[in-house]
Each structure stands twice: as C-alpha cells, then as structure tokens.
Design a binder for this molecule. Sequence first.
Ligand SMILES: [Fe+2]
Length: 233
Amino acid sequence: MKSRLLACFLLLAPMLATAEAPFSLPPLPYAANALEPWIDAETMNIHHGRHHKAYVDNLNAQVANFPELAGMSLEAMQAAMSKFNVAVRNNGGGHYNHDLFWQVMAPAGKGGEPSAALTAAIERRFGSLEAMKTEMNRAAAGQFGSGWAWLIVGADGELAITATANQDNPLMDVVPVRGAPVLGVDVWEHAYYLKYQNRRGAYLDAWWNVVNWAEVSRRYETATAGLKAAKAR
Ligand SMILES: [Fe+2]
C-alpha cells in the first residue's frame, strides 16, 4: 500500500509542481562569463540566479491570489497589470524584464549589427545609431533610482525611447508611455555595482558592447509586423 501511494505521489508530483509554479527561471542563453570583460560573471550569476529567481518565486506565490496568472503569457500579464496588485507588478514586471534582458545581450563580438529595416527606422527617428545610443544612455542615466531604459515601437510604428521606474515596462497598462520593447537596459545597481560601483555611465558605455542586434532586429520586425496586421484587420 505504502509503495503504491509512493508511486502515485511520484507520478503526480511533477504535475502538482507545475500547477503550483507556472513560472520558471529560464536558463541564461550563454555562459555567465560570456559577457566579460563588459559584465562580469559574478554579477551575472547573482543577477540571474538570485534576483531574477526571486522575481519568479514571488510571482509564483501570487498565483494563490490571482489564479488567472497561471494561464497568462508574460506579455498579456503586463498589458493587464492594472487588474493586479503591487507584488504582481513588481515581480511579474521583473520576470518579463529580465527574460528580455538576457535575450537582448550576446557575448562580445557576437551581437552582429542592426538589420536593414531597424537601421532605417533608427536613422529616420534619431539620425544615426550613435545618436540613438546617446539618447538611450541619457534616459538610462537620468532614471532616478532603480529602473530601466527602453527602445520601443510606439503605436505609430516608429521607434521611441522611454524609461520606467522599478520593474515597470512599456507593455504595462499602468505606465504613461507604452509600446513594444525591442531593447531594454537594466539600471538597477544589482546590474552593475560589483564592477562599476556608482559609475552607471561607465556600465552603460560598456553595455553597448554586448547588445544582441540580431535579437533586437527580430523584436523590431515582430512589433512592426504586428502593428501592420492589426491595421489591416
Ligand atoms: Fe535586474
């Protein structure tokens, strides 16, 4: 009898675990030391393994309060954020933001270049790639306290730069400037303090060396294609 119960438990445990914890920490898409010398392995290990993990764990804990979270994509959750509490906003935002952040970075020298379509959009809106970087650095450096700076596709299909506090992001229905994020940079001190201490500007300058332009271009093209499809409907 005992062994039958144990067999039942072992069979059901993974399903129960899935039901209780719908969100999981995605693995880093590269080794923790792959972004060196720009971002050190210790920062990456702590940032991913402790900070991002805490957002995931705390978001899972909120499923007891909001069972509908379990069936939602991270994107749909951000767009419906006004329905939830501050813990979902902080931790659901934190999970989405960091999931994006790992993907829009690549080992130095492997980030490629912006696609032709993204280059054209950057030049149309900012004049040049360098001018866009300068404007995004300004937004990131000017974000008081913890937060993020973003390159987004707005409702007009054009690129724009914005910054958000804490773990907010431009997909949320509770922020003033909304759009589809194609690139985001984390300016919480946990993202850079071990290597750069209070020199946020030095971290930002270094960070551009590890931007994954192939992924940013893919996100740009997905966002603009989505807007075109929505207009055609
Ligand atoms: Fe972070």
